[in-house]
Design a binder for this molecule. Sequence first.
Ligand code: CA2
Length: 150
Amino acid sequence: MSEPIVFVLNGPNLNLLGKREPEIYGRETLSDIEAACRALARELGLAVDFRQSNCEGELVSWIQQARETASAIVINPAAYTHTSIAIMDALATCSFPVVEVHLSNIHRREPFRHHSYVSRVASAVIAGCGAHGYLLALRHIAHLLQKARG
Ligand code: CA2
């Protein structure tokens, strides 16, 4: 049997990670995070499809694609977290685990970052753990999928 696929989706500007604002987002690049996710996924028996986009519509299309092929989504919607009803609506149609990840603790930051449209439809939310949050999300998904298999 093939491994369950987890889409790991990243929103706008996350391609700049490690290059600017390391005091907020850390020194790891998005490629470093992808490599760490792939290594852990292998251990957990998962396949990772790791993507980043600066476009809201592209993220919505990827979520729709995940509905067809994936068993779970990890998503850091970046600034769209706080603005995107379209991403929230797309995620709401997913009948599998959706884990929202933020590198920073959005609740310690500016008030406009405290509200997340995505949290309304996420199964779980991880914030403030830096890049490690992605790995925690994968572990949680592996746990849920194993439990569902019985
Ligand atoms: O903490 C997170 O992971 C965020 O999703 C990151 C978003 C921010 O808008 C959210 O409120 C919280 C920003 C991603 C932009 O990443 C950059 C990385 C390096 C330099 C500039 C931006």
